[in-house]
Write a protein that binds this ligand. Structure first.
Ligand SMILES: Cc1cc2nc3c(=O)[nH]c(=O)nc-3n(C[C@H](O)[C@H](O)[C@H](O)COP(=O)(O)OP(=O)(O)OC[C@H]3O[C@@H](n4cnc5c(N)ncnc54)[C@H](O)[C@@H]3O)c2cc1C
Length: 469
């Protein structure tokens, strides 16, 4: 269906980006054959590292003329295979487009190239007393372009929302190679179809972001964390609803179940506070006024105790905060120690349904004899469901996994939820899309893709189940 990248095309690519920024040897290509999705490898035929939107545009126009697929790559931290070149072809890596172009203090906006690492932006704006809230746990490695493409969230989404809530302008290369601009340093915009919001969350299938304008806030002066153990996960999730129902506005409400705590206890050298609990909530409150922050966390602490928490640990110094966040931050690594092969899915349900989701997951675990751990952003109803292989036989594991994953998705949808809250659909969830969206919705999405990308050049094979593209 696609043209292979031959010597003539290699020469054309070299002419566009320069010889130093073209990779086409097997060893160099290997690094770009995987992202953070377990057990997937697809080698591209070539990788280029352009420096400007014009070069990206030339590359995409060439791909249209010669009919080879293009996949854009940011930090490669995606967990649904979005940045993988499943049909071979060209990877456009944006690692050189990594400049913060402007931090505009007066308008509280930043303008960045897409390859800027999220944490680098955090630090740069915080030095100026400003604040970029989206904080995916991968922030030390992921890029703002990748965050835009996946509409990344993070723990602070409870109070501050996700990437979409902070992007106000974009320059992008369309799948045909044309460059568009939409929005800018604007608080509002009602100009035609909102192409910005069409591209946000489009998983690198509708355009390549080459410049991003970002809304910033003032950096909160104070931050206090609470670690709260509960005797049952049911009580913990009911407490989450109660906190939010009473109109308190924590920044973060993270949840961990007992199995996660057990694994962390075994792996982490310094131990885990409250490791005997059936569930933990990790709650953060921020603000500028000492009395207001104190009133918030005291009110939250009281609700936790009313809802059955056995204790409330308050951390208001950086050292202590680091201690109580450590278990949550290292959880992924700890799980990998006990089961190097694991599959993680993120589902989202209405907050009040988290308990029903967790109960259903317990049943699925028993039915298929597969170990499942749940943790995540309880304040958003966004649960990361981890399926552990441990030392189970490969074919037996695959069979149980397939059934269990499908059942978790069916369960989430039956509770009014959906199959991704922040990781996207990519490759690994594309066959499940019809569980979450009806045929008319999928047809409308395919129509948008076909209009913008008539030759199906940009990131083919992602999002949509296979029958078409
Ligand atoms: C340890 C760990 C923790 C994580 N925690 C979170 C979390 O808390 N919240 C969360 O939401 N996600 C999380 N993720 C998932 C991942 O980090 C996010 O999806 C992130 O946004 C991906 O960014 P990236 O730069 O690595 O993108 P990549 O993996 O390189 O690409 C992801 C997708 O974006 C597209 N893309 C990349 N750049 C552009 C661009 N400039 N224009 C258009 N499309 C582009 C790619 O084609 C691909 O489809 C985590 C991952 C790991 C490994």
């Amino acid at each position: 269906m696609y043209q292979k990248i031959d010597n003539k095309i290699i020469q054309d690519l070299r002419n566009i980006v320069g010889a130093d920024y073209l990779l086409n040897t097997r060893e160099r290509l290997e690094d770009y054959g995987h992202d953070e999705t377990p057990n997937l490898f697809f080698s591209p035929e070539a990788v280029v590292k352009p420096a400007t939107a014009e070069e990206v545009s030339e590359l995409v126009k060439l791909a249209n003329r010669k009919n080879f697929p293009v996949v854009v790559r940011g930090g490669g931290t995606g967990v649904t295979g979005g940045a993988l070149a499943i049909h071979g072809g060209l990877i456009i890596s944006l690692e050189r487009m990594n400049r913060i172009l402007e931090i505009d203090n007066a308008n509280m906006m930043a303008v960045v190239e897409p390859g800027v690492i999220t944490e680098v932006l955090h630090k740069a704006v915080e030095e100026k007393g400003l604040f970029y809230p989206p904080d995916p746990a991968s922030l030390a490695d992921c890029t703002l372009g990748g965050n835009l493409a996946e509409d990344a969230g993070g723990p602070r989404a409870v109070k501050y929302g996700v990437t979409r809530n902070y992007i106000t302008g974009i320059q992008a290369v369309l799948p045909t190679g044309e460059i568009i601009e939409y929005g800018g340093k604007l608080a509002k915009n009602a100009t035609g179809y909102n192409l910005l919001h069409l591209l946000i969350g489009s998983e690198g299938t509708l355009g390549i972001a080459t410049r991003i304008t970002i809304r910033l806030l003032s950096k909160p002066k104070l931050r206090v964390d609470l670690l709260v153990p509960f005797p049952s996960y049911f009580k913990a999730v009911r407490c989450v609803s109660e906190i939010l129902r009473r109109r308190l506005t924590p920044t973060v409400i993270e949840f961990m179940d007992q199995k996660c705590l057990e694994i962390s206890r075994k792996v982490m050298e310094g131990g885990v506070p409250f490791d005997e609990a059936a569930a933990h909530l990790l709650i953060e409150v921020d603000g500028d006024d000492q009395d207001e922050v104190q009133a918030q966390y005291e009110a939250i602490g009281e609700i936790c105790l009313e809802e059955g928490a056995s204790d409330v640990k308050v951390a208001d110094s950086p050292k202590y905060q680091e201690q109580i966040w450590e278990t949550r931050r290292k959880l992924r690594e700890c799980i990998k120690v006990v089961s190097p092969i694991k599959v993680s899915q993120d589902v989202v349900v209405p907050r009040m349904e988290i308990a029903a989701l967790l109960m259903g997951i317990d049943e699925i675990e028993k039915r298929h004899g597969i170990e499942i751990l749940a943790y995540g952003h309880a304040g958003d109803g966004n649960v990361h469901v981890n399926f552990l292989k441990r030392d189970r036989d490969e074919s037996d594991w695959k069979e149980a996994l397939e059934k269990a994953v499908r059942e978790v998705f069916v369960l989430a949808v039956s509770l009014g939820g959906t199959i991704s809250g922040e990781h996207g659909i990519g490759l690994t969830k594309r066959d499940f899309l019809p569980l979450a969206l009806n045929p008319a919705a999928i047809k409308a999405m395919r129509g948008i893709k076909q209009t913008l990308d008539p030759k199906n050049i940009l990131n083919p094979g992602k999002i949509f189940p296979l029958e078409k593209f």
